[in-house]
Structure formats: C-alpha cells, structure tokens
Design a protein around this ligand. Structure first.
Ligand code: NAD
Ligand code: MG
Length: 387
C-alpha cells in the first residue's frame, strides 16, 4: 500500500485527487487530509478514506472537527503548526493542493522525507522556486508537476534531451474576458470573473484565469520547474483548452499534449508516474472538436503577462512580491473593494516600489526572507488601497 497525504483535500484539486483514490481504495494508506472551513467535507472524507489525521487550517474550527470525528479514532488538529506537524508524517506521495503561498511551508516540510511531492500549488514555485527545487535536490525528493500545462510539458519531455528544446508553449483559454475591450474590463464584476469557459476550478484560480495572472504565474512556474530561460517560454491563447502545452525542439518539431480539460489527467499522471494507468477522463473526439483555434495573447489588456516577464528579469524576491501582491489584490477584488483592472495596477505599483527600495535581487533565499517579503508586499497593497 502506498502511504499518501492530501493537503488542500477539500478544494477542487483535492476532491479530484480523492476521486481517483476512491476508485482504487485498497491501494492507498491515507495518512493526512487537510482543509479549511468545510469541516463536514473534511471529516467525511477522512472517515471514508480511513485517514490517520485530519487538519483544518482554522484554529477556531477545531472543536467542530473534533465533534465530527469523535468515536472514529481519527486525530483532529488545527492551525499552521498542526499543518506542519502533519506534513512531517512520512508518506510515499504527498499532494500539495492548498491554494496560495500558504502551501509553501507544508510542501517544503514534506520534501524532507525524500519522497514524491505532487505539486498543484504553483504559488510555491513562484514565491520560492529556487528554495523548493534546491530542497528537493538536497533531500533526493522528486517534485512532479500537477498544473495541466506543466504536466503536459513534462510528458512532452519524456525520452528527450532538454538541451535540444528550443521553446515551450503553454496555452491559456483566455478566460471569460478573452475578447473584452479595456473599457469593458473596467466594469468587469466578480460574478463575471468567476465564470470560466472551459475549466471547473477553485474560485481564486478561476479569477486569476480571467485576469491572466494564472498564466503569468505559470510562465514563472515553467522557468522555475524546468529551468528554461524566459525567452524560451511562450504563451498561446487557445479557447478550447484541448492542447495544454507544446514542446518545440531544435529541428523545428513541435510535440503537443492534448486532452479533455479535466485535472484528473494531470493528477493521475503524477499519481501513477512513471506508469500510465486507466483514468476516468473523457476521450477526445477530434472529429467532433473539428478545429483548434489559437491566438496571440494581448499584454495590453492583460498586463499580468508583461509583469511576469519583468519579474523573471529581476529575479531574487520579485516572484515572492509578485505572488503576494497578487494574492492581496485578489482578496480586495473578491471583497468588492477594487475593480478588476486595479489588481494588475496594484501589483505593478508594489513591484516598482519594492524594487526601488531594498533590492529584490537577493541570491540565497531562505524561508524567513521569503515570508518577510511576502508580508511586506501584502501590507503595501492594503496601504495603497487605503491611501
Ligand atoms: P480551492 O480553493 O478549491 O481549494 C484550496 C484548498 O486549500 C482547500 O482545501 C482549502 O481549505 C485550503 N486552504 C485555503 N487556504 C488555506 C490556508 N491559508 N491554509 C491552509 N489551507 C488552505 O483551490 P484549487 O482550485 O483546488 O487550487 C489548489 C491549488 O492548485 C492552487 O495552487 C491552484 O493554483 C492549483 N491548481 C488548481 C487547478 C484547478 O483546476 N483547480 C489547476 C491547476 C492548478
Ligand atoms: Mg494551469
């Protein structure tokens, strides 16, 4: 039996992971499941999967979780320290599917055991790419990408020599505002931003897809995970979301990865790697799809893409600041305190301010420096809003 833990188990990726585990229940020994405020879901899944421990991120929800698990023998715990303690329990496969930079510390801890970290939490790589990748190397642990584009690139590289790769193209659906004008974007509402045309995902990544901040994070994620240089990484808008990524080689060949837009593909690939197993995903009927459309991305209407390039050029703590400022600006948009395009404006201002002050080009990044810069960037977003 493979020992596994799922962090962010109650979310969209967590639930898709659990769906795959349930179909082959006997093969897995579930150690820890974690979630946030959805205590009923967390407790029910912990009971169904026979987990050893269930952890909610919220300390004030501990008594509720305890009550839901009473008599089951499953441990209940809450708060950041409990998340770290649960991440410290040795497993063979660890799913990192918390949303946001909050997923970094548990993921780093899980790498200590030198096993496999399935990484959906792209924010870890944006905020602390070198720290995460170096820790994996030092510990002899393996990180497998779970983002659909990065899983696609990973699959496109199997059996290839990375030195022969000329470029990598990650696709973007373009989101609900793909053909909106700048003027229309000014009035975009929360409800409109939460409607994704092709993927069913958590609320935060859905809004990030509408603003293209998700693709901006993914450009940086591609650089940090695979080590390609920024000018090798391209973005292509592909509204159907059938082609997830393409890898281009020095002889001009382009290898594309296609599949239905269903995260169980990328999750299942990381779960069974290096094997391929049957997955309950729709098989593409390309005759029915008929045509594949592609467009160049527009960095004027979606400035997040331009900012990602600037972040990569700056290096050091710029990724940390970019991610944290984006998370804070997204909080404000969700709270209806700022407009849709204000998110990119605030992120750009904080990046400019923090590059002008203390240098972001710090080389050796520790978790402490990263958390400090993260905190400062969030505070600056709220200060700018208040001013
Ligand atoms: P989600 O909002 O549906 O779920 C997030 C999970 O994290 C929940 O279990 C929630 O309780 C937990 N959580 C939230 N804040 C937390 C905190 N501060 N501390 C501890 N736990 C916390 O999100 P999702 O869509 O499943 O995305 C999860 C991660 O996977 C994100 O990094 C996202 O970018 C990435 N991802 C998601 C998809 C997708 O299809 N949903 C695709 C690619 C990558
Ligand atoms: Mg993606």
């Amino acid at each position: 039996m493979r020992r596994i833990s799922i962090f962010g188990a109650t979310g969209s990726i967590g639930q898709s992971t659990i769906d795959l585990i349930r179909r082959d229940r006997e093969a897995y020994d579930v150690v820890a499941l974690t979630g946030g405020g959805n205590i009923a879901r967390l407790a029910q899944d912990a009971i169904d999967l026979g987990a050893k421990v269930a952890v909610t991120a919220y300390e004030d929800r501990l008594s509720e979780l305890r009550a839901a698990l009473s008599g089951t023998g499953i441990e209940a715990a809450a708060g950041d320290a409990a998340l770290i303690e649960a991440a410290d329990r040795e497993v063979d496969w660890f799913m990192s599917a918390i949303v946001g930079a909050a997923g970094l510390a548990p993921g780093l801890r899980a790498l200590r055991h030198g096993k496999t970290l399935a990484l959906a939490n792209k924010e870890s790589l944006v905020t602390a790419g070198p720290l995460l990748m170096d820790t994996a190397k030092e510990q002899g642990a393996r990180i497998l990408p779970v983002d659909s584009e990065h899983s696609a690139v990973f699959q496109g590289l199997v059996g290839e020599n990375p030195a022969e790769v000329e470029r990598v193209i990650i696709t973007a659906s373009g989101g609900p505002f793909r053909d909106w004008s700048l003027e229309q974007l000014e009035g975009a509402t929360l409800e409109q931003a939460c409607k994704h045309p092709s993927w069913d995902m958590g609320q935060r990544i859905t809004i990030d897809s509408a603003s293209m901040f998700n693709k901006a994070l993914e450009i940086i994620e591609t650089k940090e995970y695979f080590g390609f240089s920024p000018d090798q990484i391209e973005v292509l808008v592909h509204p159907g979301s059938y082609v997830h990524a393409l890898v281009g080689f020095r002889d001009g060949a382009l290898m594309a990865h296609l599949g239905a837009p269903d995260m169980r593909h990328a999750i299942g690939y990381a779960l069974h790697w290096p094997e391929r197993r049957d997955l309950p995903v729709e098989r593409l009927d390309l005759a029915k799809v008929g045509q594949l459309r592609f467009e160049a991305p527009d960095e004027i209407r979606f400035p997040a893409l331009r900012l990602a390039r600037e972040v990569m050029a700056t290096g050091g703590l710029a990724g940390t600041v970019f991610n944290a400022a984006k998370e804070a600006a997204l909080d404000l948009f969700i709270a209806r305190k700022i407009g849709f395009p204000d998110m990119a404006r605030l992120v750009e201002r904080v990046l400019t301010e923090m590059s002008a002050g203390v240098s972001l080009r710090v080389n050796a990044l520790s978790l402490e420096t990263i958390l400090e810069a993260d905190k400062e960037a969030r505070a600056r977003v709220f200060d700018l809003k208040a001013a």
